[in-house]
Write a protein that binds this ligand. Structure first.
Ligand SMILES: Cc1ncc(COP(=O)(O)O)c(C=O)c1O
Length: 394
């Protein structure tokens, strides 16, 4: 069938209205995206205006001020990049690495590997320290490697979504300054949900996403950098090898010049402004506490049902809980059942943890006591139906 015949047959078949039929109702309790706040969706559905319209420029300033609050920083260069978390991740590598420069990446899960891949594509001299998937680095281990390798950037994932580990960050910034190296943090699963202080912890550059703690759809990646990072960027010998993510160009639009770089995803910026406004209204401390309390309620409930957590209590990530799949349970079948019959998404393990753990997200709008109750009830009533019975052998 040619394209035009296909299209006319679709129309004859009364191709249904997209919004009413295509998107099933889902409660997203996986590793992300999380459900967007309904107020954010209202903002998203407004008509676009020009990305150089005065009203839009004002909205950009609001977004930047609100982002500085959520990052807990005063950084001049603080902006939402167009693209998902990986866009700002790539910008953090592309702008701050020159060919042959040393980067040290602390890898303890899947997203550490992504940083390694990106850094090697930009021809960095990549050095890696590793931990088992489910563990965190100690300050001493990090200090030892930074002093030994003397990298110009040290990169680490704050909230490792593949393992459910929250990496303590306090003290690393000081070590980096002592060793004349920039401190880069992946805060994709922590911004707006877990304690994070960019200025106080001396983090030089960091990036995140819109679809987790900020309760927006995916599509933007908040980024921030301080004066140390600005200085490094200014002193580059070579051009940033990625035009779209070149921070000096981007900052001509987001900085005071407001010079066109690319057409901004206007509606996504409406959305993030609303997500950040709601965040500021609740207050970061309340938000951090809410995520902590709900995750603790989840651990307690799951443990009472006889399940085991993958990560030691002190390193558990409030936004993402990893639970061991019991050896006599068909983990995929249970997960599919929750999605198909109850409209709830939870995640499978990534990489080496695939089939070994479930990943349960309580992020942003979805971190609520009601959602924990809903999920625990289903674990209680449904999980036993997915036990793999061993036939007895005599
Ligand atoms: C820790 C971490 N870093 C980076 C990313 C990449 O972000 P995105 O998928 O939004 O591009 C993710 C995605 O979930 C993540 O969890």
């Amino acid at each position: 069938m040619t394209d035009s015949k296909l299209v006319s047959s679709l129309i004859e078949d009364n191709l249904p209205n997209f919004s009413n039929t295509f998107v099933p109702t889902r409660l997203l309790l996986g590793p992300g995206p999380s459900n967007a706040n309904p107020e954010v969706l209202k903002a998203l559905s407004l008509n676009p205006i020009g990305h150089l319209d005065e009203a839009y420029l004002e909205l950009m300033s609001d977004v930047q001020k609100l982002l500085r609050y959520s990052w807990q920083c005063n950084n001049r260069v603080t902006l939402p990049m167009s693209g998902t978390g990986s866009a700002a991740m790539e910008a953090s590598i592309a702008n701050f690495i020159e060919e042959g420069e040393k980067i040290l990446i602390a890898k303890k899960g899947y997203f550490g590997d992504r940083l390694i891949d990106m850094a090697s594509r930009y021809k960095a001299n990549v050095n890696v320290i590793e931990k088992n998937w489910g563990e965190a680095f100690s300050l001493e281990e990090i200090e030892f490697e930074i002093e030994k390798i003397k990298p110009s950037i040290f990169a680490i994932v704050h909230a490792e979504t593949s393992t459910g580990v929250l990496q303590p960050l306090e003290g690393i910034g000081e070590i980096c300054r002592k060793n004349n190296c920039l401190f880069l943090v992946d805060a994709v699963t922590s911004l707006g949900a877990v304690e994070l202080f960019i200025d106080k912890w001396q983090i030089d550059l960091a990036y995140s996403c819109s679809q987790k703690g900020l309760s927006c759809p995916p599509g933007l990646s908040p980024f921030t950098m301080n004066e140390r990072a600005e200085e490094k960027l200014k002193n580059r010998k070579s051009k940033v090898p990625n035009w779209y993510l070149d921070l000096s160009l981007l900052n001509k639009y987001w900085g005071s010049d407001r010079v066109y770089h690319h057409t901004a995803p206007v509606n996504m910026n409406y959305a993030i402004r609303e997500g950040l406004r709601i965040l500021a209204k609740e207050g970061l401390r309340n938000i951090w506490d809410r995520h902590l309390v709900n995750s603790q309620k989840l651990y307690k409930g799951l443990t009472e049902l006889g399940l085991e957590m993958h990560v030691a209590e002190q390193f558990r990530l409030p936004t993402l809980t990893t639970v061991k799949i019991p050896s006599d349970v068909d983990g995929d079948a249970f997960r599919n059942h929750l999605l198909k019959n109850h409209g709830i998404e939870i995640g499978n393990g990534l990489g080496t943890l695939s089939g070994k753990i479930w990943r349960i997200g309580l992020m942003g709008y979805n971190s609520s006591s009601e959602n924990v109750d809903k999920l625990l009830n289903l674990f209680d009533t449904e999980l036993k139906k997915f036990t793999i019975f061993q036939s007895a052998t005599f």
